[in-house]
Design a protein around this ligand. Structure first.
Ligand SMILES: [Zn+2]
Length: 502
């Protein structure tokens, strides 16, 4: 059969595991895929429809494709060139590592991220890259060629980096300030033009690409920038994705900048709605939690990245109590590691248990499986099309081999998917009815060739950026001082910043 399964496909007798709005349904059954969609779901043992190609799933668990709702493909080729530091100290290194990227490097980075996603059961990714038009186009084309479903949010900011770090004004000497400030910031108009270009060029292409408005973070953008982005979101009727209150420093800066909860500021700009998703939300106070809940904003939880960068632990139970909707992400490959969402599910389930002794308050694996599927679909505005195994939805499906150490013996499918699976039971992956991974092998691209090309490209990129990494190292003394000053400033922590972990 052609890898482009555009006819009828009968996925026979699998153990279907799908989220519903409030729970997870687990039952044996067969799925008829017609074209890109799920046309019918039948009880186990039903005969295959005529002329349908049969995919035997008797030894498989079938789940809806997972949605990784926060990654940054621009960091893939320079991942782990430097160890992690607190975000404000680490960001200059990450920025230095991607300076001068070529379209070919952006293409390879997106392919690597996409392949890693697909092979671990992720069929939809939300990528938030810091790219110009040429690099963005190369990454978008790569996702299209690979066959994964992608929402891309071109990341923009118009404030100089050191203005986004509290206390840096005192720490950075004047001559360095002048040299850092000497590099002209992109104009608001040029960043709006970039965003418009991405929407006009890629929105809806292949029925698999979508574009979101992507301010890097509110405090990294001027009010003029955010207002312009909001207008584009209305004009093109697209959603918005951004970082929000990832670190203590950001929470301090936000209070200083706005004199009100940052979510109140976003609400005033019309930028907090059901079509908005925010990554992290670690340092949220009661008012921010209320605003996020009332507006229907989705919070994308990136637990491993928050741990690795020392940002903290998102107070999931408090946010859940307020009725906030969740999705899961892995964040940058050099802070969140692998793009496998199984790890995010596991951490999202386990971390609150370390902080809350009442087991009745814990998050269940059924819930976090929902975050990784339907929750992610909602974050992207695609809940009518993906996120569950339902008739009429896109056939974005993942078949996992039951004969794997994670899933053998199979005693409880959902618990084992969340607590035992790492992604290596993933056998077959369909996106929009098309088989992209079969028997763990990519059908759309030559994975071995891409890995070899990516290794060569990364070596050149890192060598080229060695002077920039050195320049970042020189800045570290000031980012470190700013970080220390921020820590001091937060002692004793004011009421609104008090760490309540549950
Ligand atoms: Zn991020």
């Amino acid at each position: 059969m052609s890898p482009l399964a555009s006819g009828r496909l009968w996925i026979a007798d699998g153990l279907l595991v799908t989220p519903t709005n409030h729970d997870v349904r687990v039952e044996y059954g067969s799925i008829l895929v017609e074209g890109s969609r799920i046309a019918h779901i039948a009880p186990r043992g039903s005969p295959a429809p005529p002329e349908a190609h049969v995919l035997d799933a008797a030894e498989m668990i079938v789940i809806p494709g997972l949605v990784n709702a926060h990654i940054h493909s621009h960091g893939v080729l320079s991942k782990w060139v430097v160890d992690t530091l607190p975000l404000e100290m680490w960001s200059p290194y990450v920025a230095a590592g991607r300076i001068g990227m070529t379209p070919e490097e952006a293409r390879l980075a997106a392919l690597l991220a996409g392949i890693e996603c697909l092979r671990s059961g992720v069929t939809t990714v939300l990528d938030h890259p810091v790219y110009d038009m040429t690099l963005f186009d190369a990454a978008a084309q790569a996702y299209l060629d690979l066959g994964i479903r992608a929402a891309m949010a071109p990341s923009v900011m118009d404030r100089p980096y050191f203005e986004t770090i509290p206390q840096s004004q005192h720490a950075v000497p004047d001559d360095l300030k002048r040299s850092l400030w000497a590099k002209p910031q992109p104009s608001v108009q040029s960043l709006l033009d970039l965003t418009s270009h991405c929407i006009k060029r890629w929105q809806g292409v292949g029925d698999r690409l979508s574009i979101l408005i992507g301010p890097s973070a509110p405090q990294r953008c001027s009010t003029e920038m955010l207002t312009g982005l909001g207008q584009l979101a209305c004009e093109y009727r697209v959603g918005l994705h951004t970082h929000l209150l990832e670190t203590r420093a950001q929470a301090l800066l936000a209070r200083r900048l706005y004199g009100m909860p940052i979510t109140t500021y976003l609400k005033k700009l019309g930028l907090l709605t059901r079509m908005v998703s925010v990554a992290h939300a670690v340092w949220v106070g009661d008012e921010e939690i209320r605003d996020l809940a009332e507006s229907g904003t989705t919070v994308v939880h990136n637990p491993l990245s928050n741990l690795t960068l020392g940002s903290g632990i998102m107070p999931l139970l408090r946010l859940r109590e307020a009725g906030i909707r969740f999705a899961l992400g892995t964040d940058s490959p050099n802070s969140g590691g692998h793009h496998a969402l199984f790890e995010s599910m596991r951490l999202a389930t386990a971390l609150p248990r370390a902080l809350e002794s009442d087991p009745d308050a814990w998050v269940s694996p059924e819930e976090t499986f929902g975050y990784a599927t339907l929750g992610g679909a909602r974050a992207l505005g695609l809940e009518d099309r993906i996120g569950s195994i339902e008739i009429g939805k896109e056939a974005d499906l993942v078949l996992l081999r039951r004969r794997s150490t994670s899933l053998t013996p199979l005693n409880h499918a959902i618990r084992q998917l969340v607590f035992c699976e790492v992604g290596d039971s993933v056998d077959t992956v369909l996106v929009g009815g098309r088989i992209i991974v079969r028997g763990r092998r990519l059908e759309t691209v030559d994975e071995d060739a891409i890995l070899a090309e990516a290794q060569r490209a990364a070596e050149k990129l890192v060598a080229r950026n060695h002077p920039n990494l050195e320049w970042a190292r020189k800045q570290e003394v000031y980012t470190r001082a700013a970080h220390s000053a921020t820590r001091e400033l937060a002692k004793p922590e004011p009421l609104w910043l008090r760490r309540r972990l549950h």
